[in-house]
Design a protein around this ligand. Structure first.
Ligand code: ADP
Length: 209
């Protein structure tokens, strides 16, 4: 987060004189309390300052990097997950390849009649199945997919940082977001390496892409 000139000045006043009231900070800057209010609110919300009633503002001692790290560590899956692209177990390898192109994704999730997870198809899984001379219309994806229970999944309240680590440790491109139901693990979203790249850019530009 980029601080304005005035916010930097407020920070150094509080560092030196804290705890200090808003009134006294305003005096030192030759400004009114009302003018200062938005800046104090921003600095408090961002975690640079803490406010105690009847005592005043004091410096939390946290640097911008520490505050950023704290923020990232709190990100949860549901804030960033995208829509999953799924196919049925009896879909042909040919149709799965078409779906991958049409939907512009690198990982397909395979589901049963209850929309519950049974497998995963990566680009390489489909390439491997296409190398031989078999008829791709005749091979159903359940023959070639990576199947349950060997699938890494995540849930909407999991921390994004933990799921990002899984992408690296397991050397995979995507992880389905699932919901536990009586019928199995219902696929409700996906987290991919692209998700993590977007978050990285968003942190710097502060724009949701
Ligand atoms: P690619 O194979 O195209 O490089 P991945 O690295 O995602 O893509 O996949 C590697 C292997 O891991 C594939 O065989 C795929 O079926 C499997 N795989 C992909 N995602 C998962 C997952 N979430 N859990 C378990 N296995 C997975």
């Amino acid at each position: 987060m980029e601080l304005s000139n005035r916010q930097e000045k407020i920070l150094s006043i509080v560092k030196e004189h804290g705890p200090i009231t808003g009134e006294n900070i305003a005096e030192k800057l030759d400004l009114t309390r009302a003018t200062l209010r938005p800046d104090l609110a921003i600095l408090t919300m961002a975690g640079f300052l803490d406010a105690r009633p009847r005592v005043g503002y004091f410096f939390t001692g946290k640097t911008g990097t520490e505050l950023l790290t704290e923020k990232i560590k709190q990100y949860q899956i549901h804030e960033f997950q995208s829509v999953p692209v799924v196919v049925k177990e009896d879909t042909s390898v040919y149709d799965a390849i078409s779906t991958m192109f049409l939907e512009d994704v690198g990982t397909l999730f395979v589901v049963d009649q209850h929309a519950c997870l049974t497998g995963v198809l990566s680009r390489k899984d489909l390439l491997r199945a296409s190398i031989g001379s078999q008829d791709l219309n005749a091979v159903p994806v359940h023959i070639i997919m990576t199947r349950m229970p060997n699938i890494t999944v995540c849930r909407k309240d999991d921390l994004l940082i933990d799921v990002a680590k899984q992408l690296i440790v397991k050397q995979i491109d995507g992880i389905p977001v699932i919901k536990d139901t009586a019928n199995g693990l219902e696929v409700i979203g996906r987290i991919t390496k692209t998700t993590i790249t977007k978050v990285f850019v968003e942190l710097v530009t502060e724009d949701r892409i």
